[in-house]
Design a protein around this ligand. Structure first.
Ligand SMILES: [Zn+2]
Length: 565
């Protein structure tokens, strides 16, 4: 007798192999058979007409704080994600001393736009060391599996204290390396650092951003010494030159996988190709360097509720910004307020902010269901030109739609050709991996946690402005492939012996809804979320966690520990 048999679905096993109509049997949380299953199950599920897929493995999230208070880990769990990797980009919450809590919260708030008040109220800080943080995570229940990485910034703050942004001494570097090794030995799945000039908090850049090469090598060597773990980083642009050089050096001396964020940038729209080529060349050299790429443009959501939009620094808007949404919308609809607003300029000295807020040819209506590949003729610039109006007027009208809850799509990267061709090239590259959903982060501006769902709705089913990808490719990219990059050999495919993390999806009716701003974080903190219909059931280790988008209350999720004691 099996615990569970899912019968007659279209099984796409995550290896890239062709879909088959088959049954899936599960016992003790493990897939035991895929095919014609003879014996019956204590529970039988009819999956006729549904796709039976491995649970999504999302390797780029920032749920480090949220998982300590939220057993549901939404919105990822709504989208069929069954494993998340946290602690990316050098930021996180351990190791930490009691007097260091505020610093790490301010860092996370600045870099990842997670409300500091929510983190203050939500986290109980029962840990100091990284192993203690892992124990705390293991001691709390949740619906999905989580895996943690050691963040460089927290190490620096812990070891260097007030001098976290300054050069480390040889002793301090040795201590950070020792703590990295300790964390990995306790089960961390990687080490992460930041080299980007875009990630900053009120304290400046992320500690470690300017860390010299010898420090990076020492921390890389700690990953090598632990015998497992990925070296993750975020850099600006496409790291081929100097950064590419030291990434290769780390991969060479440690044998570890080095993974970094790659996107198409406005500054050099073809540079991503050099990065992909470099990854292929490294692979031919026996090194594992894996660019992490998104499956749709990293998208800022401009709207009256967002943390950035074209009027956010205008004096007239600032005066209204603390009003409740309804009153703000009412004010903005008054002819005199509108005239005053449109007569003003952005009041910011930041050239980056000004640029992002007024790139009219790269701001589009998002719509519902959202369109992440809008045609150039639908941009603010194109509509304004056609209608003989100022772009500011067009944007303001769009932002006031749906009583001020509408969002505009302002792709930050990977949309330089106003289509998804570059993204398709990146995501199908054999040395790349899907990432960058940033689950749990950028609460006021970005909602890319639905990327795995977009793979199915957009890339497999709906795309009209270029070629699709196959269902088998899509599923492999977000399950078998992502799991393999992190060395999660126990999951990612629906094969006998693997964990029974399973989604039953109604592909024809899978519907991604427009993002919405909700205020359900601790201290009523806001966050952008995105709902979806069509995930009929999600199972984690054979236990059903969601039924048609509603949590069952079961919490089979565990902390994934590597190389643990
Ligand atoms: Zn990140």
């Amino acid at each position: 007798m099996h615990d569970l048999v899912i019968r007659g679905g279209k099984v796409v096993d995550g290896t890239g192999a062709a879909a088959v109509i088959a049954d899936v049997a599960v016992t003790d949380g493990i897939v035991t058979e895929v095919g014609q299953v003879a014996g019956s199950g204590r529970r039988e599920v009819d999956a006729t007409g549904l796709a039976v897929l491995p649970g999504w493995v999302d390797i780029h999230t920032h749920y480090d704080g949220q998982v300590t208070w939220d057993p549901q880990v939404t919105p990822s769990s709504w989208h069929g994600v069954t494993t998340v990797v946290m602690g990316n980009c050098g930021v996180g919450f351990a190791p930490v001393r009691a007097d260091g809590h505020d610093f790490l919260i301010e860092l996370m708030e600045g870099v990842e736009d997670i409300p500091g008040t929510a983190l203050h109220e939500g986290m109980d800080w029962t840990w100091e060391s990284f192993p203690e943080y892992l124990d705390a995570l293991e001691g709390t229940e949740r619906v999905l599996d989580i895996a943690a990485q050691v963040p460089h910034a927290a190490l620096r703050a812990y070891v260097l204290g007030e001098r976290a942004h300054e050069d480390a001494t040889a002793d301090e570097i040795a201590e950070m390396a020792r703590l990295t090794c300790e964390a990995l030995e306790a089960g961390a799945v990687g080490f992460s650092t930041s080299r980007t000039m875009l990630h900053r908090s009120r304290h400046g850049l992320v500690p470690g951003t300017h860390a010299p090469i010898d420090e990076l090598m020492a921390l890389g060597d700690a990953v090598g010494a632990a015998g497992h773990g990925v070296f993750q980083l975020i850099d600006d642009g496409s790291p081929v030159g100097e950064v590419g050089h030291w990434m290769a050096e780390i991969a060479r001396r440690t044998g570890a996988t080095v993974t970094y964020s790659l996107a198409q940038t406005a500054a050099d729209p073809l540079a991503y190709r050099a990065a992909l080529d470099a990854a292929a060349a490294a692979a031919a050299d026996g090194l594992t360097i894996v660019p992490q790429v998104p499956c749709r443009p990293t998208g800022m959501m401009f709207g009256i509720q967002s943390s950035l939009h074209p009027f956010i620094t205008h004096p007239t808007y600032r005066r209204l910004s603390t009003l409740p949404l309804g009153e703000r919308v009412e004010q903005l609809r008054r002819p005199d307020v509108r005239a005053a607003l449109l007569a003003e300029e952005p009041a910011t000295a930041s050239p980056v902010a000004r640029y992002l807020m007024s790139r009219w040819s790269r701001i589009f209506p998002l719509g519902d269901p959202p369109d992440y590949e809008p045609a150039p003729e639908t941009s603010v610039a194109a509509v304004a030109e056609r209608e003989g109006r100022r772009p500011e007027e067009v944007v303001l009208d769009w932002m006031l739609e749906r009583d001020g809850t509408a969002f505009l799509f302002a792709p930050l990267a990977s949309y330089e050709d106003t289509n998804h061709d570059a993204i398709r090239e990146m995501m199908l590259h054999p040395n790349a991996v899907l990432g960058l959903s940033d689950g749990g982060a950028h609460c006021g501006l970005i909602c890319d946690v639905s990327m795995p769902t977009s793979l199915l709705t957009h890339w497999v089913r709906d795309r009209e402005r270029g070629p699709l990808i196959t269902l088998e490719q899509a599923v492999h990219l977000q399950t078998g492939r992502t799991a393999a990059v992190y060395g999660f050999t126990d999951r990612g495919t629906l094969q006998p012996g693997k964990r029974a993390d399973i989604n039953l999806v109604d592909l024809d009716n899978l519907t991604l809804h427009a993002p919405e701003m909700i205020f359900d974080l601790p201290a009523n903190g806001r966050r952008l979320v995105q709902r979806v219909d069509g995930y009929r059931a999600t199972f984690v280790a054979g236990v059903q966690t969601y039924a048609d988008g509603v949590a069952t209350g079961a919490t089979p999720g565990r902390l994934v520990r590597f190389g643990a004691r």
